[in-house]
Design a protein around this ligand. Structure first.
Ligand code: 6PG
Ligand code: NI
Length: 188
């Protein structure tokens, strides 16, 4: 059935939506092949396999012409110094997207296959992802980093593209924010 106009309550303290759609939980084991230090990644998986981030969707369906939203919350942490992050993806038909930072400190890493860009994301920052730029979010602080994403319902998620091409840079913790290093493939 078509979706009717609706208000969705956003709880800024608990970072929840009401009504909400599905929530996705990504643990360390879901991030295979992404961190540079494969041994450190595997040790974390075989330890307590921590939750790295959650994505709570609004009830708006992910279908063409709809405009769904979601809230991603990334836990603070690092794997051998590499800051905890989302998997990162490309939209198969290269639709654009917007992010609004809500809480904590983070960054938006984008890569178009040649150029890599980093945006500092502090509460109130709107990050624009142009068509054709793969995108990954990173927690650069010591509390959870949360942002709202608004994207075309048919955008989809191509995770294989990032596994194949990387993101141009890797984000490491530094005393004042982030240390961006050139991308290199994970240790075999
Ligand atoms: C999207 C958004 C965003 C993203 C999450 C989790 O296109 O839906 O970019 O909601 O999916 O932040 O990141 P990953 O999808 O890369 O795991
Ligand atoms: Ni996206």
């Amino acid at each position: 059935p078509p979706i009717s106009p609706m208000a969705i309550a956003f709880d800024a303290e608990n970072l929840t939506l009401s009504p909400a759609g599905p929530t996705l939980t990504r643990r360390m084991s879901d991030l295979e092949g992404l961190f540079l230090d494969t041994d450190a990644w595997a040790a974390a998986v075989h330890g307590d396999d921590p939750v790295v981030y959650t994505v709570t969707s609004s009830p708006v369906p992910e279908i063409d012409r709809e405009l769904p939203q979601s809230i991603t919350t990334i836990m603070p942490g690092h794997t051998s110094g590499e800051l905890w992050m989302t998997k990162g993806h490309q939209h198969p038909d290269h639709q654009g997207e917007i992010y609004l930072a809500l809480k904590g400190r983070g960054g938006l890493l984008m890569f178009d296959g040649e150029r890599t860009e980093w945006l500092d994301m502090l509460p109130g920052t709107i990050g624009y992802i142009p068509p054709g730029w793969a995108h990954r979010s990173v927690n650069t602080g010591d509390e959870p980093y949360a942002f709202l994403a608004v994207y075309p319902g048919g955008a989809g998620h191509d995770y294989g593209w990032v596994l194949e091409h990387g993101m141009g840079s890797r984000a490491y913790r530094a005393t004042d924010g982030v240390d961006l290093r050139p991308y290199s493939a994970p240790d075999p």
